[in-house]
Design a protein around this ligand. Structure first.
Ligand code: ATP
Ligand code: LTN
Length: 334
């Protein structure tokens, strides 16, 4: 049986990924590359919807690619590339924009949220067309599955609608993908506000564990994590949101069941528990940070890896684009 095509992307909007991204999404990317034909991209064009200093965007794009490799996304097993290295993404996006209703794009909840927050003057048209560029990212590769978080479900629905619309209006060019909503291996919450999800856009980073934090910073964040006033290390999302979050993190890294961890800490205080979770996380993240630093220290090697990914991606994408252009009646040059 031929392998299924998987595609996903992540925005380079921050220096470091955090534990939520890692456990909630990126570990899944690593797992999926084994049995599937996976394409993963750092979506730098999407990041332009947020105004960023050019030097910063450059660094964050490379850092994102380096971190993906450091966590185990293996350029030998999958195709890892930078979105802007494949011009077909923008070219197909235009075609899809001409198939999208104005109202349809306006109904995207992420657009509504983000534009409401920014206000009319600060909302750019890119934010409006963002999901259409995402649809192009996906349809170009004839993806079967798109592993994403729950928040992206609506964008994948739009992608399916646009693909189907094109196919029935012109010609069967696109495979219609399915969302593979990642039932988070774990939903990770903020260590300072354990009822809110860990997020890059949190007001303070003191409850956000970043993959590139130095060990002492990670330990400190765990030691000062917010817990209840009780004493028992027990999973109870309602009454003990902080301890439950730490148990989830411990279990994700140690591989032990929550029950086993609870018994291990029976009769011991929160202090010991917090320290141990911190140490387990540091042991897992330290090699990731070091590998990222190594890759960042040899940028020509990193760029070479990304070029070889982009070459493969361009091959697939340009073929789909040519088929779409032909179906539309756009005349071939030569
Ligand atoms: P923001 O909150 O600023 O929108 P984010 O921190 O949620 O950003 P995204 O770039 O939206 O990060 O997420 C990338 C991937 O990581 C998505 O698939 C998302 O579902 C997953 N993810 C993000 N935060 C968490 C979390 N706390 N727990 C589990 N998965 C998460
Ligand atoms: N919008 C997504 C990032 C993204 C993506 C994609 C995900 C851009 N293009 C294609 C999957 C497939 C996000 O914010 N998580």
């Amino acid at each position: 049986m031929s392998k299924k095509r998987v595609l996903s992307g992540i925005q380079p909007t921050h220096d470091s990924f955090h534990l939520g991204n890692y456990l909630g999404a990126l570990k899944q990317w690593v797992a999926l590359q084994k049995d599937n034909d996976a394409f993963y991209c750092v979506v730098d064009l999407h990041a332009l919807t947020v105004e960023t200093d050019p030097k910063l965007l450059e660094r964050r794009t490379l850092l994102s690619a380096a971190q993906l490799i450091a966590i185990g996304v293996d350029p030998k097993q999958c195709t890892l590339f930078i979105q802007s290295h494949v011009p077909a993404h923008n070219q197909l996006a235009w075609v899809l924009e001409c198939l999208t209703g104005f109202g349809e794009a306006g109904r995207m909840t992420q657009f509504k949220d983000k534009s409401q927050k920014g206000g009319n003057d600060r909302t750019n048209v890119g934010l409006f067309t963002y999901p259409i560029l995402q649809a192009a990212d996906i349809l170009l590769y004839q993806a079967d599955f798109v592993p994403v978080g729950e928040d992206q479900r609506q964008h994948i629905e739009l992608t399916r609608d646009l693909g189907q619309r094109f196919n029935s209006k012109y010609k069967e060019v696109f495979n219609i993908p399915q969302a593979q909503i990642i039932k988070s291996l774990a939903k990770i919450n903020d260590l300072q506000d354990p009822t809110a999800k860990m997020s890059k856009s949190a007001n303070s980073m003191s409850g956000v564990i970043e993959l590139l934090d130095l060990p002492e910073v990670t330990i400190k964040k765990f030691k000062s994590s917010v817990t209840d006033t009780g004493k028992e290390v027990k999973y109870d999302e309602k009454e003990k949101a902080g301890i439950s979050n730490l148990l989830t993190i411990h279990s994700a890294f140690s591989g032990k069941s929550i029950k086993d961890i609870e018994s291990e800490f029976a009769g011991k205080g929160y202090g010991d528990f917090k320290t141990q979770v911190g140490e387990i996380v540091v042991a897992a993240l330290d090699p990731i940070r070091k590998r990222t630093e190594e890759l960042m220290g040899d940028q020509s090697e990193l760029l070479r890896i990304l070029k070889s990914g982009a070459d493969k991606a361009n091959e697939v994408a340009s073929k789909t684009l040519a088929d779409a252009y032909a179906a539309l009646g756009l005349i071939k040059n030569g």
